[in-house]
Design a protein around this ligand. Structure first.
Ligand SMILES: *Cc1c(COP(=O)(O)O)cnc(C)c1O
Length: 396
């Protein structure tokens, strides 16, 4: 869509949605296509997930499984597989019939949870920079987003700032760890502080854990819902997209207490009702893959992280090495640039590479201004090619 089209579309939108615009991913991916650039912008892998999982989808489709509306809460096989996954990895016991809801990707689980829990004027505290659908969903619910800013070099949570952000209108803490776009993964202290704040102020926590298996250097992921006092106030959200490298299938889920799940189901049923029938069968099988699958996913991505981090650092960029996710953040100022949005708009011409500016994920735009995000979920040869192209930027 051209800038004029998107300006014109604004007249149709109610005032509280006018600031949403087109997502940066659409803009940058279109730029990548038009300029024949390597796209290290949008976070999707350039190779599909396991063949057995792909075949499971084909088989389900051929056998007529899921070709008609599946149950509103998701097929029993998948809900059981999700519950077993939580117990296997985290010792979290949940009832697949009353505590698991299958959604159209984590995206719908986030929308459903926010629309179910946030009333007009309610405040939602979220870690900034935030994933862009958070701001949109909070706006659609007519809630108020309250940022807690993560800062370079380590993007640690300022616990005092988190406490200070709570007011009588605060309803929800929206947490994402491992965190997109910064790559931050919660430390034990940070996790405990979030739980303390939630419990002391009687808040619901929406915990986006889509990168639960993309965590590096022997760190382990621990769901907030498994912390003492948190089971009945946490909506855990994840999806098969990132864990199994099938981001186009959009099989996600929410896990919570029966009453919270019912609340989320109430909104979710009128968003899509159901989705992805045959893919639900395939993701059920994927979740049961042996430990080796998960270990090799993590090890493979960690090696790619190291390759891209080293290469970007050799170019002279300040690199924030991520603890999880498949994104690296860099500060572009050592190369003589100030503004990440201008940099990313110029980069296809300069070097035939596309990246994502952080600043679009901030309310405090200045904090994110010099930061740029690079996705490393790409083949090694593609990463190497991108680095070769980027060498034209090299600081002297
Ligand atoms: C990719 C992503 C999602 C969306 O997941 P889908 O399953 O594709 O809908 C949600 N949250 C974060 C932080 C993500 O990076």
């Amino acid at each position: 869509m051209s800038e004029t089209d998107s300006m014109a579309s604004r007249q149709w939108l109610p005032p509280h949605l006018r600031s949403l615009g087109t997502t940066i991913f659409a803009e940058m991916s279109a730029l990548a296509l038009a300029s024949n650039s390597i796209n290290l912008g949008q976070g999707f892998p350039d190779t599909d997930g396991p063949e057995v999982v792909r075949e499971a989808a084909v088989t389900a489709l051929r056998e007529g499984k899921g070709n008609q509306y599946p149950p509103g809460i998701g097929i029993p096989e998948l809900r059981r597989a999700i519950a077993q996954h939580q117990e296997r990895w985290y010792g979290q016991v949940v009832d697949p019939d009353t505590q698991v809801l299958v959604t159209a990707g984590a995206t719908e689980a986030i929308a459903g949870a926010i629309l179910a829990l946030v009333d007009e004027g309610d405040e939602v505290i979220a870690l900034e920079p935030y994933y862009d659908s958070y701001a949109a969903c909070i706006a659609m619910a007519r809630g108020v987003r309250v940022p807690v800013t993560l800062r370079t070099p380590n993007f640690r949570i300022d616990v005092d700032a988190l406490r200070a952000a709570v007011t009588p209108r605060t309803k929800v803490l929206l947490i994402n760890s491992p965190h997109n776009p910064t790559g931050m993964a919660l430390t034990d202290n940070e996790r405990q502080a979030i739980c303390d704040v939630a419990i002391e102020n009687d808040l619901v926590v929406i915990s986006d854990e889509v990168y639960e298996h993309l965590i590096f250097d022997d760190r382990t992921h621990r769901p907030l819902a498994t912390m003492p006092g948190m089971a009945d106030r946490t909506v855990t959200i994840s999806s098969g997209g990132k864990t199994f490298s099938f981001t186009g299938w959009k099989i996600g889920w929410a896990i919570a207490s029966p009453s919270l799940i019912n609340a989320v189901r109430t909104t979710k049923q009128f968003l899509t009702y159901v989705s992805g029938g045959p893919f639900q069968y395939a993701i059920a099988q994927a979740l049961a893959l042996p430990d080796e699958y998960y270990a090799s996913l993590t090890a493979g991505l960690q090696a790619k992280r190291d390759l891209l981090a080293q290469g970007l650092s050799d170019l002279g960029l300040d690199v924030c090495v991520p603890e999880g996710t498949y994104f690296i953040t860099t500060d572009i100022r050592p190369l003589g640039f100030e503004d990440g949005l201008e940099f990313c708009r110029a980069l296809p011409k300069l070097a035939s590479v596309v990246a994502i500016p952080h600043q679009v994920f901030y309310d405090n735009v200045d904090v994110g201004k010099p930061l740029v995000r690079w996705a490393f979920c790409k083949q090694d040869s593609v990463l190497q090619d991108a680095l070769n192209r980027l060498s034209v930027l090299k600081a002297n």
